[in-house]
Design a protein around this ligand. Structure first.
Ligand code: AMP
Length: 119
């Protein structure tokens, strides 16, 4: 069940401000409020999808293509496309997904280290 009161739903409704990186018909990208790297943006679909699982099941091919392309555009706009960056998606409780609206993290601007903290 999608929670209409999650923080990204409020951002999409304009109830909470955001620093927009890019926007198109089906996608919004904005800076993460608590950046984990010099570049840390979030790319989200405008429609209501709880997670990547939900998105893969219900989104149109156009929405899926748009979100993936938007992530690369964000990396380009933020100047990390050529040096390299990390695209990260948390899905569900074991991943520590905090906000129940699908989001891609775009992280870069420094050497990001190993992919996962052990343990
Ligand atoms: P996750 O743990 O994958 O669900 O990531 C949620 C992300 O949302 C975290 O990196 C938070 O810093 C970020 N976040 C939470 N609230 C806001 C907000 N109002 N604006 C931008 N980013 C936010």
């Amino acid at each position: 069940m999608y929670d209409d009161n999650n923080i990204f739903a409020k951002i999409l409704r304009g109830e909470i401000p955001n620093t927009t990186v890019l926007e198109d018909d089906s996608t919004l990208a904005f800076d993460d409020i608590s950046p984990q790297a010099p570049v840390h943006a979030l790319v989200i679909p405008k429609n209501k999808y709880v997670s990547l699982n939900d998105f893969a099941e219900k989104a149109s091919d156009a929405e899926i293509a748009n979100l993936v392309r938007a992530a690369v555009k964000v990396a380009d706009k933020k100047g990390v496309k050529e040096d390299g960056y990390r695209l990260l998606v948390n899905i569900g409780p074991n991943s520590h997904q905090e906000v129940p609206h699908l989001h891609f993290h775009v992280l870069g601007g420094r050497k990001l280290g190993p992919m996962l903290v052990k343990g």
